[in-house]
Design a protein around this ligand. Sequence first.
Ligand code: 4AD
Ligand code: MG
Length: 430
Amino acid sequence: MDWVTIDKISHHVDKTVELRGWVANRRSSGKIRFLQIRDGQGVIQCVFMADRVPAEAFDLADKIPYESSVIVHGVVRRDPRSAIGFEITAEELVLVSEAEPYPITKKEHGVGFLMDHRHLWLRSSRQTALMKIRSVLTRSARAYFDDLGFVSVEAPILTPTACEGTTSLFEVGYFDRSAYLTQSGQLYGEAAAMALGKIYVYGPSFRAEKSKTRRHLTEFWMIEPEMAFWDLNDTIGLAEGLVCRIVSEILDKCSESLQSLERDTTHLKKVIPPFPRITYSEGVHILKNRGSQFNWGDDFGADEEAILSEAFEKPVFVTHYPGSIKPFYMKRDPADDNLALAVDLLASEGYGEIIGGGQREDSFDTLQQRIAEHGLDQGPLEWYLDLRRYGSVTHAGFGLGIERALAWITGIHHVRETIPFPRLMDRLYP
Ligand code: 4AD
Ligand code: MG
C-alpha cells in the first residue's frame, strides 16, 4: 500500500492508500465517524463506517483529540460534495501520537493569543495558504532574475555600517567591538554588480524601527537586484516586469490558496504593464487636490501612500523624491540637485510602498561629501568608496519587500501573517 499525499490523491481513485497526517476536525453521525485529515498538502474527509473498520479504530475516530497525528488506510473515492472532489472510505486508523487538548479552537481568538501560538497557528488553513503563496512569490522572483541572466549573490548579515540610516540599526556584540545586523544587501550588491554586471541579493533585512504599524517588521526579507551600466529608467522597467511576473505566477499557481483567503482577484488581473509613473511633485499635487495638508519636502507616510495608491488602478511608480529625505547613496537629478533619482513602487488598493530603489551616486567626490553630510563615518565605508575609485559606472537597483508584496497580493491587512515567525517591536516569541 502506497503512502500518498492529498495533493496527489486524484491519481489513486478506487485504490487503497495510506495517508499520514493530523486530525483537523471530527464529527459523528449514527454509525458513521468523519475525520478531516490534514497532511500539509491539503485536507481530506475520511469516512469511518462501523461495519467497515475494526471496532478499536471506530472507537478511536469518535474521541481522538484534535491535532493528534495519525495514519489512515482507506480507499479513495470520487465525491462531488467534497471541496477537493474526493474522500476516503477508511479501513484502518492508527494513532501515531495523541495530542493534548489543542489550544486553538473554533472560537475567535485574539491576535495576541494567536501570535503567542504562532508555531501552532501556522497549521490553520489561512496560514498555510499564505505560506504556500509566499513560497511561489519568492520562487517566481528568483526565477525572473535567473531567466534574465542575473547572478544570485549573498550579502553578509553582520555588517560594520548603516545602509538605510543610523536610527534603525540593531547593534550586536562582535568579539571586542560592535557589528550591526544588515538593513539591506544593497552596498554589497553594488560591489558584486561591478564584478558580475547584473546580480540579485535575496536575504533578510533588519530594522530597529519603533513603528507599530501594519506594514513594519523588524526582520523582513528583500530581493535586491543591482545592475552596472543601468540607469533609473532601466531599473523601473525591471521592477515593473518583476511585479507582473510575480502576480501572474501567483494567479496561475495559487488559485486554491487565494480562494481560501477569499481574495478578490479583479485588481490583480489588472497588474500588467505599463504602470503609471509620477514624480514626487506630481504626487504632492494629487495629495493637495484630495484635501491633504502635505508640505513639499516631507516624506510620504502611510496615509499619503494610501491616498496615492488608491488614486490609480495599478501599482504606481513615484520618482524624483527630495534628496534630503533619501539615503546618502542616491544620485541627484542632474537637472535639479534638490531631487534624487529615486523610485518607489506603491502597490494598488491602498497598500503603499512595496519597492524602494534608484540610481546610485557614481562620483567619488559627491559620494564622499554625502557620507559626511549624513554624519556617517567614512572609515567603514572606504571599501564602498573604492567602487568609485576603480572603474565607477552608472548603476542602479531596487529592493522588493517580500512581506509587503505578499500582504498586497493576498489582500491581508497586516504583514505579521506574511512571514512564518514575525519579529515585531514587541514580539520575539516564539
Ligand atoms: O525602501 P527601502 O528602505 O530600500 C532599501 O533598503 C534599498 N537599499 C533597497 C535597494 O535599493 N536595494 O526598503 C525596500 C523595501 C520597501 O519598499 C519595503 O517593501 C521593504 O523593503 N521594507 C520593509 N518591509 C517590512 N518591514 C519593514 N520595516 C520594512 N522596511 C522596508
Ligand atoms: Mg523606502
